[in-house]
Design a protein. Structure first.
Length: 232
């Protein structure tokens, strides 16, 4: 993937549910579904990720996100932690951060339930890299400026939000070598959640030792995938 992006390489566009997303013009790929950025993030990562993580009365979760991008998944997770009083330690990896001016055009604080979150959203984008920051009483956050393939975690995770570009754009984020790493980064019983439901991808997950579950997708997408590292 090209590393010479400029602010002209990105543009904000409106998706069908009224929420904004970003297109990487060089790659021709979008950060969310054109059917709705908000509804996709909420359905995939919050409803089928975060909420299952807390289902068994867990007091706190360690989450790893692959691709910080617009910051929407992080913001929705923060909002959910605050409203449910659930604690999360959130690590997110990003190699190609978007320019600050672009983040300011996303207007996610105008989405339902997020009107108090403009400042927090700015902090998510502007805080120091590679350092935990306490965003709220319930949400500790660290952005790591790194290529997914060069990352070595210093802790394990309960959930991985796998939100890389699609396999046809970014094959290395979905191949067996990388998914084996994801498996090793999860706690026993932890899981990876993603919008992708391709047959090849699910076969690779199984080959890496994951127990794979196919779930109903958000509007505009038939299915999504959740994959568990089996408990001992
Ligand atoms: C589909 S976008 C999703 C981003 C984000 N979760 C969101 O809600 O906006 C994928 C993200 O992965 C990032 N990315 C692409 N290749 C990467 C790599 N090799 N290492 C780290 N991040 C990468 C992109 O810059 C982009 O921000």
């Amino acid at each position: 993937m090209s590393q010479n992006y400029t602010s002209e390489s990105f543009q904000v566009f409106k998706t069908k549910d009224g929420s904004n997303s970003i297109q990487n013009i060089v790659l021709g790929d979008t950060y969310h579904s054109v059917h709705g950025a908000f509804q996709e993030s909420q359905h995939v990562f919050i409803e089928n990720g975060l909420k299952l993580g807390f289902y068994n009365n867990k007091k706190s979760l360690n989450i790893l996100e692959l691709g910080f991008g617009s910051g929407l998944n992080a913001l929705l997770t923060l909002n959910n932690c605050d409203s449910q009083m659930h604690a999360v330690r959130y690590v997110t990896l990003e190699k190609f951060p978007i320019p600050k001016e672009l983040a300011n055009k996303l207007d996610y604080h105008l989405l339902s339930g997020l009107n108090n979150y403009l400042e927090d959203f700015q902090v998510l984008h502007e805080c120091e890299w590679n350092k935990f920051v306490l965003i709220s009483k319930f949400f500790e956050f660290k952005k790591v400026l790194i290529d997914f393939n060069e990352y070595t975690p210093d802790s394990t995770f309960d959930i991985i939000y796998h939100d890389a570009f699609a396999p046809q754009t970014h094959e290395e984020a979905w191949n067996e070598e990388f998914l084996r790493k994801c498996h090793s980064w999860l706690n026993q019983g932890g899981f990876l959640i993603t919008y992708c439901a391709k047959g090849d991808f699910k076969r690779t997950l199984k080959a890496c030792g994951f127990e794979v579950e196919t779930l109903k997708g958000p509007i505009g997408k038939r299915e999504i995938t959740r994959a568990f590292r089996q408990p001992l």
